[in-house]
Design a binder for this molecule. Structure first.
Ligand code: CP
Ligand code: NVA
Length: 308
């Protein structure tokens, strides 16, 4: 079953195919209104369940619109309203849902929930974010980088801030797409060793640099994300803000990057915490293209899951 669970567990060839297919599908829709159907309808007759155990704007809307543009139908389910939150096992839920729907996209907390869903479902399962990874986001980010600047292979990407789930999927992408990756942030928020080792095992250069200005020097792309993720306890907020303040992406920090460097943020952002409005709305920023490209990238992922 072709699940899309993570970037490091999908082949580099298939990932490249999905990026190119996303860009082709985006081009093919130029000038059309959002509700218009694509010319080919790869999801015609398909029913897709979109399950959310955490809040979402982009993932929810882009998957819903994407399925419909490709001729399929969706149902959006909240984890709380399902029996999921009331004791029914994930394995049983996966087997039941597989009798009703042709594909499952799930945003959840524990990675184990996603893995169990994939193991027991007999339809493709897509990772819409867990505490540990966010692969669909990074597929959109690769599309975004390449449409603005060409191939990402060999470029230098710098992550400033929390070594969180989005950072993890960026490290996976570094290995699979062949770009160098520098993390700058406090040591206690370093990305997981396993992900750093994965990227290095693919021959790319991964650096940890505590000085943000040095880290950003020569960057082709600077990326950050919220300082407090949905799975982080509210009680950690003050400590995280204190730890991360020095890693804010502002105009001074961006001045150390290459003059044509891009700035990305998966959104939602806390303006003037992890990144200033001057950067988010400034000449380097491609944050709204990034948000749009969730749609195109995920359509390519879904096509791939159905072998198209
Ligand atoms: N970037 C992202 O996944 O946004 P949502 O949480 O709004 O889905
Ligand atoms: N790191 C963030 C990403 C949100 C899209 C979170 O997990 O809350």
């Amino acid at each position: 079953m072709p699940n899309f669970l993570d970037i490091h567990t999908t082949s580099a060839e298939d990932l490249r195919h999905m990026i190119d297919s996303a860009r082709a599908m985006k081009d093919a829709r130029k000038g059309r209104s959002k509700g218009e159907l694509d010319d080919d309808l790869p999801l015609a007759g398909k029913m897709v369940a979109l399950i959310f155990e955490k809040p979402s704007t982009r993932t929810r809307v882009s998957f819903d619109v994407g399925v419909r543009q490709m001729g399929g139908q969706t149902m959006v389910l909240s984890g709380k309203e399902m029996q999921l939150g009331h004791g029914e096992t994930i394995a049983d839920t996966a087997r039941v849902l597989s009798r009703y729907v042709d594909m499952i996209m799930i945003r959840t907390f524990e990675e184990a929930t996603l893995q169990e869903m994939a193991e027991y479902a007999s339809v493709p399962v897509i990772n819409g974010l867990t505490n540990r990874t966010h692969p669909c986001q990074i597929m959109a980010d690769i599309v975004t980088y390449e449409e603005h600047r060409g191939p990402i292979r060999g470029r230098k990407v710098v992550w400033s801030g929390d070594g969180n789930n989005v950072c993890a999927s960026f490290l996976h992408a570094a290995g699979q797409f062949g770009f160098d990756f520098t993390f700058t942030g406090p040591q206690v928020l370093d990305p997981e060793r396993e992900w750093i080792d994965f990227a290095r095992s693919k021959g790319v250069n991964v650096e940890i640099e505590r000085d943000p200005a040095k880290a950003v020097s020569g960057a082709d792309l600077v990326v950050t994300d919220t300082w407090v993720s949905m799975h982080d306890p509210e009680s950690a907020k003050e400590r995280r803000h204190n730890l991360l303040r020095a890693y804010q992406v502002n105009e001074e920090l961006m001045s150390h990057a290459k003059p044509d460097a891009l700035f990305m943020h998966c959104l939602p952002a806390h303006r003037n915490d992890e990144a200033t409005s001057a950067v988010m709305d400034g000449p380097h920023s491609v944050i709204f293209d990034e948000a749009e490209n969730r749609l195109h990238a995920q359509k390519a992922v879904m096509r791939w899951c159905f072998g198209k």
